[in-house]
Design a protein around this ligand. Structure first.
Ligand SMILES: Cc1cc2nc3c(=O)[nH]c(=O)nc-3n(C[C@H](O)[C@H](O)[C@H](O)COP(=O)(O)O)c2cc1C
Length: 402
């Protein structure tokens, strides 16, 4: 049942099964510091009483961001991170998603981002630089960066972290044979491709101890010919379980094949997926044959019926909610109270305005406003483009000057 508490192996008790899935906010202050708006956003979401709050991706280093407006973990911003953690924890446990964007870093942030191999992104429609293959020393430094970021989050009061190893960002690219063409100890076979992620997990556990909630977000598959497969995923999941991960979140896709937003491969949307709502639930159910660690599935859940069915069949233990938390920040509380049975997806046109629309609603929430369901796609896109340009200019002025 969605309202049933769950205690994770680290000892953290989730008051219910509905998690606020990580959603990048892009509203950091200049210098990529925690802003008042960001604190307000998580305070708002805390009122919706999710069983677990997961922040949008906080970056381990300022030169590999998912977007110019990301927060970058910095010791000098400990007070900001403390305020963020306290706001997010007002309704229950909260963890910070931590990430390194790798080759998906926008060109304006870094024209030569580090990656497992020098394989550029294909056909994403976004502007990315030419990736540079990491040296083993750079990989070790990246691993240490994740551990330092996790330790900082712990000091700030977060209950744990989620390592972002999905959606094509650096650790996910290491897992993907199309992006990782290395022939050294960090590429090739599945254990070698998983080595970077496992090293990050081990380093965080060593730095933060056994009671720190350690979650990993992992693709069920990349949905690309020759890419990361469900069978790879099952093996990585077993390794993560053995390494003592507390909560495995299953998603899918990357910038080249955005299944996390669109739902599975466009030409292969399963009948069963439509019925069960959640894009990756069938994959999670298959993974259950390989692992017993607590699992969360994110993507597509909209109704209580589908959530209850997924929990009842044991396909997952926690339901991840992304866009529904933006459309109705009180969604978990209202579902559990029986005030709603679910929510439909808003009609956002044109389709290309989708993400802009969600980002602009996040800005509204962060300014203390409620979501505006009447916002048009065109208006969202115009506002979003202007905002992103301004954020990039702010980023460049700060880091290039410094
Ligand atoms: C605005 C927005 C920002 C997102 N940012 C992140 C992120 O920072 N990290 C991440 O792992 N997933 C991110 N996602 C993906 C969501 O966590 C989730 O996997 C996806 O939206 C599918 O779930 P949903 O159908 O409930 O929205 C983002 C999604 C949206 C809509």
């Amino acid at each position: 049942m969605i309202e049933t508490p769950l205690t994770l192996p680290c000892g953290t008790a989730l008051p219910n099964r509905l998690a606020n899935a990580a959603m990048t906010e892009r509203i950091a202050r200049p210098g990529n510091l925690v802003s008042d708006e960001l604190v307000r956003l998580y305070a708002r979401w805390a009122k919706g009483r999710p069983g677990l709050q997961i922040t949008g991706n906080i970056q381990t280093t300022h030169d590999h961001l998912e977007a110019a407006g990301n927060v970058v973990a910095q010791a000098a911003d400990l007070d900001g991170l403390r305020r963020l953690a306290a706001a997010a924890k007002a309704g229950g446990p909260a963890i910070a998603q931590i990430s390194h964007a790798g080759r998906q870093t926008p060109k304006g942030v870094n024209p030569a981002p580090l990656a497992p191999s020098a394989v550029p992104l294909a056909g994403t429609g976004f502007d990315h630089g030419a990736p540079v293959a990491m040296t083993p020393a750079q990989i070790e430094a990246m691993v240490a960066g994740f551990a330092e970021t996790a330790a900082l989050c712990r000091e700030a009061g977060f209950d744990g972290v989620q390592v972002h190893s999905a959606h094509g960002y650096l650790l996910s690219a290491f897992l993907n044979p199309l992006a990782n063409r290395r022939e050294d100890a960090w590429g090739g076979s599945e254990p070698a491709r998983a080595r970077a992620l496992l090293a990050v997990v081990d380093a965080i556990r060593t730095a933060c101890g056994p009671t720190f909630l350690l979650s990993v977000k992992l693709n069920s598959a990349d949905f690309q010919e020759g890419g990361f497969t469900l069978s790879d995923c099952a093996q990585v999941a077993r390794r993560l379980q053995d390494a003592g991960v507390d909560l495995l979140e299953i998603s899918g896709g990357n910038y080249e094949q955005p299944a996390m937003i669109l739902g599975g491969r466009r030409d292969d949307r399963r009948e069963s997926t439509r019925a069960r709502e959640a894009f990756f639930l069938d994959y999670a159910a298959e993974l259950r044959g390989s692992v017993t660690l607590p699992m969360m599935v994110t993507g597509g859940f909209r109704t209580r019926a589908a959530m209850e069915a997924a929990l009842a069949e044991g396909a997952c233990d926690v339901i991840g909610l992304g866009r529904p938390m933006i459309a109705d920040p009180d969604f978990p509380r209202r579902l559990i109270a029986g005030e709603t049975e679910g929510q439909p997806d808003p009609e956002i046109t044109p389709r290309s305005a989708q993400m802009a629309w969600w980002y602009e609603q996040i800005v509204r929430l962060s300014n203390g406003l409620e979501p505006d369901h009447e916002m048009t796609g065109e208006a969202a896109m115009t506002a979003f483009r202007a905002r992103e340009a301004e954020r990039l200019a702010t980023y460049q002025a700060h880091w290039r000057a410094g």
